[in-house]
Design a protein around this ligand. Structure first.
Ligand SMILES: [Zn+2]
Length: 131
């Protein structure tokens, strides 16, 4: 079995990935201006470097998506075709993730985060909510 490629956390994303490993979607709010971020060291709105982590709702909408018919990694070969895209979280930040579920995929479609475990590392996918 081949595992999917798992990103290596860096200083900015260590908290985000540690939370994912615990099946939690955690965001960071700038303590100076309130802007919500996914994983940054410096706020791009005000230049502040203080952040307070908080639990995201997991709700979002599809900002953009693509349907993959070719596996660019062996771990995804059996899942083809698969859908992945950019999700805009209800709190504002956007992230790229796999899109799953029975709902129709379209820009603006509502999604909800679901968590899984891959060899001890947490993963998040977003399930399309049937309308
Ligand atoms: Zn800020």
């Amino acid at each position: 079995m081949s595992f999917p490629p798992i990103p290596e956390p860096d200083a900015a994303s260590a908290g985000f990935f540690a939370a994912l490993d615990a099946q939690r979607l955690e965001l960071r709010r700038c303590t100076a201006c309130g802007t919500v971020h996914l994983a940054v060291l410096v706020c791009d709105a005000c230049g502040g470097s203080g952040f307070a982590p908080f639990l995201a709702s997991g709700a979002g909408i599809v900002h953009s998506f693509t349907r993959l018919h070719m596996a660019h990694h062996p771990a995804f070969a059996e899942a083809l075709p698969l859908t992945a895209g950019v999700v805009e979280l209800a709190e504002g930040p956007r992230l790229f993730a796999r899109l799953v579920g029975q709902g129709p995929c379209a820009v603006g479609a509502p999604v909800m985060a679901e968590f899984s475990d891959c060899d001890g590392r947490g993963l998040v996918v977003f399930s399309l909510i049937a309308g």
